[in-house]
Design a protein around this ligand. Structure first.
Ligand SMILES: C[S@@+](CC[C@H](N)C(=O)[O-])C[C@H]1O[C@@H](n2cnc3c(N)ncnc32)[C@H](O)[C@@H]1O
Length: 245
């Protein structure tokens, strides 16, 4: 279980993902060619092909062509939640970080099919992206749905949700800003609650509910990962934390 100590900064060397590079199919390759200009934000790379070079900044107002409340999703996968939830929030600018390029290509096809235009995707580590590309106190919402569970104890340090990450998120959220999480792994749900409860700048918006669980957001669709958990009879836990004023 995580230690409730104040963290320093997220590690740059331990990452929450494994690089996978199976070949893209033709439609995914074409999607990247055809749709990247509208949706993909390129960033200079750091030490890894998924890292963001130190000192990089992005002017989101320019990238979206408008000023609007900013939402970030980390680990958007093939984009099912991203597309549905961004479509339900046309007045928000939604930035998604995903390291798996093939999944990003699938997301582009879904965004274009659904005619959703308030999304930009960055093929990069979302922890570094949040740290470097999102200014302090500017984030309206963060979404982390079904992050990789990293079951083995020796791999827990790779979990996206950690004390250092929670402290980073707290700095980026606006006062009253929301962090939506979901997982189908009971021990990761418990871990998330312990880590986030220990972060003094965050509060559970449903602290009095059984297990501190939030109701499922009505517009969060059932993704492939969630369906797999449900088929295995794992209970899906939604959590909602709020940045203290
Ligand atoms: C289990 S999948 C869930 C995908 C999606 N949220 C869903 O519910 O279908 C986790 C995803 O997070 C991505 N990921 C993990 N760590 C990441 C990070 N630090 N930055 C960006 N993407 C990350 C993985 O590549 C993978 O696509």
């Amino acid at each position: 279980m995580p230690q409730p100590t104040r963290p320093v900064a997220p590690s740059r060397t331990i990452v929450s993902y494994v690089r996978r590079s199976p070949r893209m199919n033709d439609s995914q390759r074409q999607a990247l060619t055809r749709l990247s200009d509208e949706y993909i934000v390129e960033v200079p790379r750091g030490e890894l092909s998924t890292s963001v070079a130190p000192g990089t900044t992005v002017e989101w107002r320019e990238r979206f062509g408008r000023e609007a409340p900013l939402v970030v999703e980390i680990g958007s996968g093939t984009g099912d939640s991203l597309v549905a939830m961004a479509a339900a929030r046309p007045a928000m600018n939604v930035v998604a970080f995903e390291v798996y390029e093939r999944a990003v290509a699938s997301s582009l096809l879904k965004l274009a099919d659904a005619r959703v235009h308030n999304v930009r995707l960055v093929v990069a580590d979302g922890v570094q992206g949040l740290e470097q590309l999102v200014s302090v106190g500017t984030l309206a919402e963060l979404w982390t749905f079904f992050p990789d569970p990293w079951h083995k104890t020796r791999h827990h340090k790779r979990r996206l949700v950690s004390p250092a990450f929670a402290a980073l998120v707290a700095t980026r959220l606006v006062p009253g800003g929301l962090w939506r999480l979901a997982t189908d792994w009971p021990d990761y749900a418990e871990w998330m609650r312990e880590v986030l409860d220990a972060e003094p700048a965050l509060e559970n918006a449903h602290a009095d509910a059984p297990g501190g669980r939030a109701p499922r957001p009505p517009d969060r669709p059932v993704t492939r990962f969630e369906a797999r958990g449900l088929a295995a009879r794992r209970p899906v836990v939604d959590l909602l934390y709020r940045r203290m004023p």
